[in-house]
Write a protein that binds this ligand. Sequence first.
Ligand code: ARG
Length: 445
Amino acid sequence: MDQRVEKFTESISFDHRLYQQDIQGSIAHSEMLAGEGILTESEFRQIKDALLEIKEEIECDRFEFDFAFEDIHMHIESALIDRLGDVGRKLHTGRSRNDQVSTDFRLWVRDAVDRILDKIVGLQKAFVGRCDPDSDVILPAYTHMQRAQPVLAPHYWLAYCEKLQRDHQRLEDARRRVNSSTLGTAAVAGTTMSIDRTRTANSLGFESVMANSLDASSDRDFVLETAFCLTAISVHLSTWAEEWIIWSTSEFNFLDLPQEFCTGSSIMPQKINPDILELIRGKSARVIGNLQSLIVLTKSLPLAYNRDLQEDKPRLFDSFDTVEACLELAIPLVEKTKLNRSEIEASLERGFLDATTLMEYLIKKGIPQRNAHHAVGALVRGAMNTGKSLSELSLESFQQIQPEIDESVYESLGVENAIKSYQSYGSSAPHQVAHQIESWKTRLF
Ligand code: ARG
């Protein structure tokens, strides 16, 4: 082979990461071949022992990688043949690299999914862990990045728990389709050897056996799905990171980020930069890009295996590595960042966060919603002109606009009263939030 072709076509530079899964798959395959009488028991033993030896060598950095062998599958098989000669040459009976690649990748993705699932729970625990210490903090909630209504800080923490829960469910669901065996579909049409696919599937812990060899050897849905699940996580993390970058500015000053998770500037001595948050936001670009690449990669590929599919690994590896690293840093950031209570509290005076509660007070007095909305608009305008908050307006000024208003109006005004007035399921009402905190604690701890 021309050296340039060798260099162009190799995948060992990235698929060496599949060595463990490749060995695990080959042991299961050879054990099955022995069970079927295609290998003798002694041949299976020799193969298994040699494969475990090779694994050990790879792990101790004693294994020689040589670009003359295209991928991890060829490396391991040729090392086996070096050791066992013809016995080693029997391993590849009844399978092809096409099903081998897919099997190994599925095993790798399954483990990686489990690591991400764990880290999602870790981050959820960090958010839930903030609920009790911050139970008395009220935050402004925003729409259009304009101050909207007050919420309890735990309501804010749990919003991210909910998003992460859907991420968790999506990944768990995708995992079922990752966890299906393609081993033994061989190149494309199956094999004339009497292999037992159920047996290899069981010994590798797969939940099911894929039913159609043409489909199985070409299927990369599991790659697209997990890449999308990772993208959803990354997008959620980017939202959170962006919010905290804004909240940590001196203009907002809502947050004190832990110093050991910030960086300085080489020229401006006073700077404390939120680089970790910025990189979590920035790295979402690669995860989104990887998904795009994978969709384009698989689009229009005719059945079944095509060499293009080799390009799936670098993209998905990168998405897993990136999201795992982001989750790993998000956890301590959520645990260690402090809410700047005095600044947040002082800022609650601004933005008429209780205006919607006042409108609903009027509705309860029998005023139609559109009229109530209009009346509160007028009250807010008056308060703005005199530099007052709604709770500082006199009863007369309320009654001038809306005669039905009485003393009880003051029970709806101010952020604390506004919070206490919420009622609906899923709202920031204290009893609703307390109930949600309890239910998250039982689910996670
Ligand atoms: N290195 C290739 C991959 O990772 C193996 C391809 C095996 N099949 C083939 N017909 N060349 O996809």
